[in-house]
Write a protein that binds this ligand. Structure first.
Ligand SMILES: [Zn+2]
Length: 321
């Protein structure tokens, strides 16, 4: 799951780096002098404006930072701190080691090292979270001061991401099919609990979202066919999740589809619309207000791109409710 990266940035070097390569992101043109074409194309997909907030850490004394950096994954959240507070955060998109690039961007430190363990960020947000608030959320002593680059373990990270609402809806951690399956087994008997509040089921949601959206910023609603930013789309179960057998939940390629929060998700879940033979239909058993009718008429009879031989049985289940 997503982890939190502590990045104290109070010293002169770090302050300059923050200004020079986060606040003023690095043009892809500069990066393309050092990185492969494949990597540059990947970056271009994530940064349409071709400006990339970039950070890096040195190997550190006895390579102390190398192993920590090794744990960083897409979707992890970096928090920058200085002067007694967390002042910014950003979500990890990609990481790579490159001495030449680091030397170009940040030169060398006094011990002759450069910040070659590079990672690229997106969704940079400003904050003003005092250490005391942060410490209490994590469970540290009130007077704890963040020192040194560190990657926190998942449980601590979870608390921070939830407390300060730092989680990305675009960049999701890699979760294997095996992990997804394990998660399903583990929480099978707890479907009635408020799974989100407990932080359980998050892995499952992340996995399903990643299947559908693949770290893209924009997606298409499977009902109305409109394009929306992915934070306005949900990975919705065609057959109600709580009614799915284990095998159906494992059929993740067919059991979920993107639906927009601008109405389609609710209209479908509450049965105001159904999908019959691939077409969106009004549900004659339901009562419609004139406004709702107007809304549904707009999408009625349009084709649902997610209807096929594999998903048919789930739509049929939904129709019979
Ligand atoms: Zn929609």
């Amino acid at each position: 799951m997503s982890k939190v990266i502590l990045q104290p940035s109070g010293n002169k070097d770090a302050r300059e780096h923050y200004e020079n390569t986060i606040q003023s992101p690095v043009p892809i043109q500069v990066l393309s002098e050092y990185l492969s074409k494949g990597t540059i194309n990947q970056l271009k997909a994530f940064y349409p404006d071709e400006l990339v907030p970039t950070w890096g850490v040195t190997p550190g004394k006895n390579n102390v930072n190398v192993q920590k950096w090794g744990k960083i994954q897409t979707g992890d959240v970096t928090v920058f701190s200085a002067n007694g507070r967390i002042f910014a955060s950003g979500v990890v998109v990609l990481k790579l080691q490159h001495k030449g690039l680091a030397a170009r961007l940040w030169d060398y430190d006094k011990s002759g090292q450069t910040w070659e363990y590079v990672y690229f960020l997106d969704e940079i947000k400003q904050h003003a979270i005092p250490y005391i608030e942060f410490n209490r959320a994590v469970g540290y002593a009130d007077n704890y001061i963040i020192q040194g680059f560190n990657v926190l373990r998942e449980e601590l990270s979870e608390r921070i991401l939830s407390s300060f609402d730092l989680r990305s809806e675009i960049y999701l951690p890699d979760i294997s099919e095996e992990e997804y399956e394990q998660e399903l087994l583990q929480f099978e008997d707890h479907d009635n609990l408020d799974t989100n509040r407990l932080g359980k089921g998050r892995k499952e949601q992340s996995f399903l979202r990643k299947q559908l959206f693949k770290n893209k910023k924009v997606g298409v609603c499977g009902i109305c066919g409109n394009q929306y930013p992915v934070d306005l789309l949900v990975a919705a179960h065609i057959k109600k999740r709580s009614k799915c057998s284990r095998d159906e939940k494992l059929d993740f390629r067919n059991i979920v589809m993107p639906m927009c929060k601008l109405g389609c998700d609710d209209l479908f879940e509450k049965g105001y619309i159904t999908v019959c033979n691939g077409k969106i239909q009004r549900n004659s058993k339901k009562e419609y207000t004139p406004h709702l009718f107007e809304k549904v008429v707009q999408i009625e009879t349009s084709e649902c791109l997610y209807w096929n031989e594999n998903t048919r049985k789930y739509f049929e289940w939904h129709q019979q409710q």
